[in-house]
Design a protein around this ligand. Structure first.
Ligand code: ADP
Length: 480
């Protein structure tokens, strides 16, 4: 068992209180590492270090293209360490190894994408009158906080940290207490570069303690948060107390809308992958299946058959699904399945399972719930497990109505060969991303990602996310 330290101001440190948190492998329940439990005092040190670094001439004098080189160097290190990072992510999150590889590859692409962008974000000039030069520059915000969830740690850290550094900010990461391992590795990569101390800091600890202290810190200039709606509201409020912007990515109850003219095989494949990836523990999981009524029997039968053939096992064994991350989440998933047994109809799965050799892992059968009433918790709330709820519709307007019937609006899939219908629905759906005849588009590093309604505020990924980490300054120059 290995004990890790945090990284503050260029030094590896223990928490001031010298307390630790155990890190478990969810595939078999074993404790394999421990991390410091940061409190307010440690957060104080990290924020002060990031602030001092931000205000230093040393950081300011690093040219934009050189910041890009820093990010390219991190991408190269991730690439060179690809196997070890994938193994760590799989062990820590419990996700199938091949999915962990996809996460590592996405992380490489984030660092490259934002590395290339570092010297390409430009300002503007505004014509006002003769003798007045008016220009607009985008400046970094300062200290950016990055509060990371446990389901895709490496990808989620990479997307926001790379964008923030590209724009000249400094960074304090609070990794997820359940899954800090790849964040630790990434921190080693930053440590190995010759960066000014304090540009990149990483604290570990509980959300209610270290996370809360970080998001409420008065010297933070921006907070990026990915996680649950309830916590997101807390983080957003804390930032607002300091009049600081936040970017919040808060999950969903995303629908796949299936019409009878879809390509059957590809649609079944897409719908199943959308919900079983990472055992459904994905903010953009395709958690609701809306099927055109006349097509229900044919389509649902195919999906059930596919579900019944799915394999479940330890992350490193690379089955179709791994375990549920922790007991809290496992109990949540099982209690909703029990509710479904009472008020709806469970047509596939529906039970916990034991995986041989991994008896202390928390595994759930991939499950399909049919005949769910629209206003049930099962139809409205995030289950965050491998559980698909099925609805039927007649015609486009009912499909639209159902798709928009939750508080969320993160991702929507539309499966049809009718191009006119697909575009019409895409224009009417309350959703930050719409996929037509696909779902997820290979991670979509370049695409804006974020939510309508309670799925969040702001967008991550792609070019647009760079603007999260800048502020505008207008300069007006009078000359004779
Ligand atoms: P989950 O319920 O799925 O664990 P959370 O939204 O609670 O997800 O957690 C996402 C991230 O937010 C984690 O890094 C967690 O430590 C952190 N966190 C949890 N509570 C708070 C809080 N009150 N303030 C700031 N961060 C928090």
């Amino acid at each position: 068992m290995q004990h890790f330290k945090m990284y503050i101001n260029g030094n590896w440190v223990e928490s001031k209180k010298k307390e630790h948190i155990d890190v478990k492998n969810p595939s078999n329940g074993s404790v394999f590492a421990s991390i410091p439990r940061a409190t307010q005092e440690d957060v104080e040190d990290a924020v002060n270090a990031a602030r001092t670094a931000f205000r230093s001439e040393k950081w300011r004098s690093i040219k934009p293209h050189e910041r890009g080189d820093i990010l390219f160097a991190i991408a190269d290190k991730i690439k060179a360490d690809r196997d070890e990072l994938a193994r760590l992510e799989s062990m820590d999150v419990g996700k199938p190894l091949s999915q962990a590889y996809a996460d590592v590859d996405a992380a490489i692409r984030y660092f490259r994408f934002y590395g290339g962008a570092a010297d390409k974000v430009m300002g503007d000039t505004i014509p006002i009158e003769d003798g007045l030069l008016d220009y607009v520059v985008r400046e970094p915000l300062g200290v950016t906080a990055h509060i990371v969830p446990w389901n895709y740690p490496l990808q989620i850290i990479s997307r926001s940290v790379a964008a923030a550094i590209a724009m000249g900010n400094t960074v304090v990461v609070k990794s997820a207490e359940d899954t800090p391992m790849t964040a630790m590795r990434l921190t080693e990569f930053f440590d190995a570069l010759d960066l000014p101390a304090g540009v990149f800091n990483h604290i570990t600890g509980f959300g209610y303690e270290a996370g809360a202290a970080l998001s409420a810190h008065p010297l933070i200039n921006h907070v990026t948060f990915t996680g649950s709606v309830g916590t997101g509201i807390e983080v957003g409020k804390a930032a607002m107390e300091n009049v600081v912007p936040s970017t919040l990515e808060l999950g969903g109850k995303s629908p796949n809308i299936v019409f009878s003219d879809c390509d059957l095989e590809k649609t079944v494949e897409g719908v199943v992958r959308a919900i079983v990836q990472n055992a459904g523990q994905t903010c953009s999981a395709g958690a609701r299946l809306l099927i055109e009524e006349s097509f229900k029997n044919v389509f649902l039968q195919k999906v059930i058959e596919k579900f019944e053939g799915l394999t479940v096992g330890a992350g490193l064994d690379d089955k179709d699904l791994g375990p549920i991350l922790n007991e809290k989440q496992y109990n949540h998933v099982l209690s909703l399945i029990e509710q479904a047994k009472k008020e709806a109809s469970v047509v596939a799965g529906g039970n916990p399972i034991t995986v041989k050799g991994c008896e202390d892992g928390l595994y759930v059968q991939p499950t399909i719930i049919d005949e769910v009433s629209r206003d049930s918790k099962l139809a409205q709330e995030e289950i965050f497990g491998p559980v698909l709820t099925v609805f039927t519709f007649v015609g486009e307007s009912e499909a639209l109505d159902l798709a928009n019937s939750t508080d969320y609006g993160l991702v929507t899939g539309i499966w049809t060969q009718d191009i006119s219908r697909a575009h019409y629905l895409a224009s009417r759906i309350d959703s930050g991303q719409v996929f037509i005849n696909n779902y997820g588009a290979g991670g979509g590093v370049q695409m804006p990602f974020g939510g309508y309604k309670k799925s969040g505020i702001g967008r991550e990924k792609g070019w647009i996310a760079l603007y999260n980490y800048t502020q505008i300054k207008n300069v007006a120059v009078k000359y004779n």
